[in-house]
Write a protein that binds this ligand. Structure first.
Ligand code: NAD
Length: 359
């Protein structure tokens, strides 16, 4: 490493971690001085919402099972109105990135604070980033007001996360940390966090693939998700997140699966410009030495072992969209270790479309 020279900025967020930690929710709300909680979930997980509301007792004012993927503005408006009507002074978001995204949208509009109970490994709970979809277009932004005040990580809540969702969601987390390893604004602490996050997830996923209700592996995966999400929240992402955000929004592709398919290819694109990051990634994946493309190749191998989708074709991108996708991804400037070259980007997308071996 060259002589140290960095800025490290972070904002406080309280994290409570452990099997059964959801039972500490009343204590956490009391410590915040908040006592009128609206519990948010997706329609499919209303039962979880009612379980959480029961834990809250008199501190709960209702359950709103209206979270939808990509946070449509209409859904955000209905949820904010419900919170106002019930006199809520806090939202408790129990679910994945979609549910936590809804709490963020409410916070953005009304300033209502939130407490998050994440049930996937997407990492949104540790970031000041929000997304809102209006007229088919997803807009994102950064605002510290949307960051949950407390995050309660209870691995028991992800016990029923389907294996396929668990694997893809874990890779979504790895993507945050992998790009954090070469982010130009990453500090040494971010890099250590990223490596430890990747290590924990890479250790957990094969075990969960074999035994989805392995409590220790669930705990490891959620621990990794916390670390990877922290990296996402604190440093600027590059090409990989730019492509996933652009393709996901423009072609309505499944979020975690898209990250999974793209990651080996985007990392291969950047490998020659970020050799230290590739070595750190390789180490976290358990390689003794990771020259050149060894780390992206190892990730591609891990994806295959976890039965994850390997091609953009398989997750629903039409072939005729590739040119447009390359244009979109090359259109706005963003930080990335290797300069964005449109022709090389088009080639990268073709390889991801076909599921070619990383080269
Ligand atoms: P999600 O919340 O839609 O959940 C994914 C799937 O997991 C869904 O099918 C859901 O029903 C299922 N699920 C969730 N909890 C479950 C449980 N306890 N048991 C069984 N099934 C469960 O999606 P996600 O992958 O968690 O997050 C993706 C969304 O979050 C995207 O919209 C993405 O843009 C956003 N995101 C935002 C940030 C940020 O920092 N703002 C970070 C990552 C992701």
């Amino acid at each position: 490493m060259s002589a140290l020279d960095f800025v490290h900025e972070t904002r406080p967020a309280r994290v409570v971690f452990g099997a059964g930690a959801r039972r500490h929710l009343p204590r956490e709300l009391d410590a915040l001085g908040l006592g009128r909680a609206l519990v948010l979930t997706t329609p499919g997980h209303a039962a979880l919402g009612h379980e959480v509301a029961a834990l809250l007792g008199s501190r709960g004012v209702g359950v709103h099972a209206g979270a939808v993927m990509h946070v449509p503005v209409e859904a955000a408006r209905v949820a904010a109105d419900t919170a106002r009507r019930l006199g809520a002074d806090v939202c408790v978001a129990a679910g994945g990135g979609s549910t936590i995204g809804l709490a963020k949208a409410i916070a953005l509009e009304s300033g209502l604070p939130s407490v998050a109970l994440p049930t996937t490994y997407a990492g949104s709970e540790m970031t000041p980033l929000y997304g809102l979809t209006e007229g088919g277009q997803k807009k994102t932004g950064r605002d510290w007001r949307v960051m949950p005040r407390v995050v309660v990580y209870d691995p028991e809540l992800s016990r029923d996360l389907p294996v396929t969702v668990s694997m893809a969601s874990g890779m979504n987390a790895v993507a945050h940390a992998a790009e954090g390893l070469y982010a130009q604004d990453a500090s040494p602490l971010h890099r250590v966090t990223a490596q430890e996050g990747i290590r924990a997830i890479a250790r957990a996923l094969p075990r969960l693939h074999a035994t989805p209700n392995d409590a220790e592996a669930r705990s490891d995966a959620l621990y990794g998700a916390w670390l990877c999400g922290s990296v996402l929240g604190q440093v600027q992402m590059g090409l990989h997140h730019k492509i996933c955000h652009t393709l996901g929004g423009a072609f309505n592709l499944p979020h975690a699966e898209l990250h999974t398919v793209m990651l080996p290819h985007t990392l291969a694109y950047n490998a020659s410009a970020a050799p230290q990051a590739m070595a750190a990634l390789g180490q976290a994946l358990g390689l003794a030495d990771a020259p050149g493309l060894a780390a992206p190749r190892a990730l591609q191998g891990l994806n295959a072992r976890l039965s994850l989708p390997a091609t953009l074709r398989d997750i629903g991108l039409p072939a005729q969209a590739l040119n447009r996708a390359a244009e979109l991804a090359a259109s706005a400037p963003y930080p990335n270790p290797r300069p964005i070259e449109r022709a090389a980007l088009r080639e990268l997308l073709q390889r991801a479309f076909e599921g070619a071996d990383v080269a």
